[in-house]
Design a protein around this ligand. Sequence first.
Ligand code: SPV
Ligand code: MG
Length: 669
Amino acid sequence: MKALILNSGLGRRMGVLTSEHPKCMTEVSSSDTILSRQLKLISKVGIKEVVMTTGYFDDILVNYCHSLELDLKYTFVNNPLYSETNYIYSMYRAIDKLRGNDIVLMHGDLVFEASVLEDMLEFPHSCMKVSSTLPLPEKDFKAVITDGTVKAVGVEFFDSALEAQALYKLNSDDLDLWLDKIAEFCENDNRKCYAEVALNEITDTLKIYPFDVKDRLCSEIDTPEDLAVVSSKLREIDKRTVYMCFSTDVIHSGHIAIIRRAEKLGKLIIGVLSDEAVASYKRFPILPFDERRSIFENINGISKVVEQKELSYKEILRELKPTYVVHGDDWREGFQKPVRDEVLATLAEYGGQLVEYPYSKEKRFDELEKLTRAQLSMPDLRRGRLRKLISMKGLVTALEAHSGITGLIAEKTTVIDNGKTYQFDAMWVSSLCDSTAKGKPDIELVDMSSRFRTIDDIMEVTTKPVIFDGDTGGLTEHFVYTVRSLERMGVSMVIIEDKTGLKKNSLFGNEVTQTQDSIENFCDKIRAGRAAKKTSDFMICARIESLILERGMEDALNRAFAYCEAGADAIMIHSRKKDPAEIFEFTEKFREKETNIPLVVVPTSFNEVTEEEFKSRGINVVIYANQLTRTGFPAMQNAAQLILKNHRAKECDDICMSIGDIINLIPEE
Ligand code: SPV
Ligand code: MG
């Protein structure tokens, strides 16, 4: 591909501005002339060879081009008859340098924005710049469009015409046909007309398509007034900014392609979504925020990288006010649609625009995402994530899971509310629900091997961190083995309660006989567990039963501080009262002395308290310990009764999940 720039003319209408150099050397900005701008854009799109016709101030022009020191090879073709011929003759003089090449042809007084040239080059056919939004000019070029192609170009056509400029991309076959006609004209002494007069005679044999740039800048400069208008438009173009937000931790060619397109629109600002926002709507990022930011800081063409703290763009758009927001068109539907609607509303506040590119769902990129998810489920990556989430979010939530399917529900359930996305952070493998699922009482009857089997079923199909209900932890001599096994499996936290003997579920309180362990014994158990674990990722949480067993606040607090001293990584305080007062009192008094150790609660009875309130009081983990079990089994009982009553399954259909929904929930590998 070569560029042909026609620069032989006099440019008389520019007055004194062209008294010492050709028109193309007129300054359009503080850093560029018309020509230096053209040449830089030509070089930027990868064209290496420029054929330039010269005439008026020929020497000055040639020297000027070389002084720009661009990576371009010039061929200058002089038209000695520049003052009495038109550029048809200049093109004729350059025929040998042009034949057989694809070219971009432009008049030397044309100023256009970068994207016009870039997009034209991507157009698969020969084409000419037109604008369907500009009014038809009185005296300048118009293109007559028939059947989708350019039929004639000239100043005299008004019917079926669009505003046009002498900016063409021509495939070599089309160019050669035009050059043949130009030669025929010039050799018959027809040298004073536009080259387009020759073109108009052959538009039946070659196809030039209109390339509609609409409002994008592509104007010629004929007068000082044109110069003022174009210069001010260029200033506005230079100020344009583009904003894109990324949550990805794997940069692939699809991302680079969209970045390349976006940077053509203006100075590109990349928003990197915070770890917390990524985890809330997608999955835990493999690479932490700082690393993801530094990847973007090292990609060419990005002028600034900022943190976008929330999935919602509202705050950041109000702050940065970018001219454009760029995004794939995949967010027009689905869970991101409310985010898109909010972006449109925010852009409308100051006149910004949304630019959407087709989203290419390529199989290999899906594979990458699958691999990333698979990595997240690996023990070493999964185990440490609970600690990270606690320090990142302040408060994490866990939902009970007792099987693969309940694990998937905890993993996948997503709610979008007010432009925010909510998911559970972790899973709780409850002794109550694990036992119930096996039809057994919650008395440490289900042995550890069976409990581990449940964990394995859950882990096989999920990626979120697991908190294991370790009951009393059993004998200290046994607990150390449990710790090692859980840690090896990738469990993040084991919670053991300070009871001993035949343990019963805490929600029975003192209605059944329950024995609390001594502080010394339980501290020994914590110390032994701590010595057994191999990583700092794995957490041992000590659960205090003093309030359940009505031993008083002081006992609860004494135990809490003793357990922390013994090396507990977290404290769970439990209560079976509806009123959260005792939980709050404990939290307040505990936090007076201990600010770092995470606090865990299971608000089954004090269920009116919101997560926000727990967080504000200094609680870090909220476990919804049994709700899936307590809702699932009544639904099953109901189905069983309906079938028995009706002696068929039809009546039960309305309360059944569709097979389609089951397929959606359970991905096929
Ligand atoms: C469980 O879910 O098994 C628990 C919490 O230990 S509770 O049932 O509230 O005791
Ligand atoms: Mg339990």
